[in-house]
Ligand binder design. Structure first.
Ligand SMILES: N[C@@H](CCC(=O)N[C@@H](CS)C(=O)NCC(=O)O)C(=O)O
Length: 220
């Protein structure tokens, strides 16, 4: 049995970020699904490990760790394999800057205000709140513009090899691309569009798809 468990959900953006880091490092782990979105709220036993009730939470033997940025850095620094943090401090600073942009200005508008309103709410028979979508889009334009500027001429967001910034960004952009607004907006940023295609082809992305095998992630 694996001594490494990730408590989370397959459909969760932050769970996928941590899973992609585990996959990139070829770590043998088990995903244990914890339904924090149940009507009754996160299970009591999960709150004992993460009192904030967010996912994911990494379990490595007796060591429990929540907060995705801490988890991915721990994975990179604990397990052998290719380094996922640039060795040059200015590049590493860019990586941390991008992760902050994603956490602070990207996740909520991209995932909750656009993806959930456009895809999840209608699929459950509800009506999307168009005001949320409309308010999010200008901010997301700003995000994509800054990400492309920061990427500069590199293949990946912080250099010519993949880093934790790429793993943090991909799941958010992946959901965004499933919306008409997201796939249209991305076309204005060819560097990012190319990056997205590269990321999508990585084994770590393929192994962690949000969707079940009957659905694909190729259609953006
Ligand atoms: N700061 C947390 C955020 C994680 C997060 O927001 N995860 C989402 C699922 S993708 C969640 O747990 N949402 C439930 C909530 O916010 O109560 C981290 O970095 O791990």
């Amino acid at each position: 049995m694996s001594t490494i468990k990730l408590l989370g959900l397959r459909i969760s953006v932050y769970t996928r970020i941590a899973r992609m880091a585990l996959e990139e490092k070829s770590v043998d782990y088990e995903l244990e699904e914890v339904d924090i979105f149940a009507d009754t709220g996160p299970p009591e036993e999960y709150l004992a490990h993460n009192p904030f009730g967010t996912i994911p939470c990494l379990m490595h033997g007796e060591f429990y760790l929540y907060e995705t940025g801490a988890i991915t850095r721990y994975i990179d620094e604990t397990f052998p394999g290719v380094a996922l943090q640039p060795s040059v401090s200015s590049r590493r600073a860019r990586m941390n800057q991008i992760i902050s942009i994603l956490d602070a200005y990207t996740y909520r508008p991209m995932v909750w205000d656009v993806y959930v309103q456009r895809i999840v709410v209608p699929s459950g028979g509800g009506r999307p709140d168009e005001s949320l979508v409309a308010a999010a889009l200008p901010n997301l334009k700003n995000v994509l513009q800054q990400l492309e500027l920061l990427q500069d001429e590199y293949e990946f967001l912080t250099g010519d090899s993949v880093s934790l910034a790429d793993l943090h960004a991909y799941p958010m952009l992946r959901y965004f691309m499933e919306t008409p607004e997201g796939s249209t907006m991305l076309k204005s940023y060819p560097g990012l569009e190319h990056w997205m295609q590269q990321m999508q082809a990585r084994p770590s992305a393929r192994a962690t798809s949000f969707h079940t095998t009957t659905e694909t992630e190729n259609g953006f």
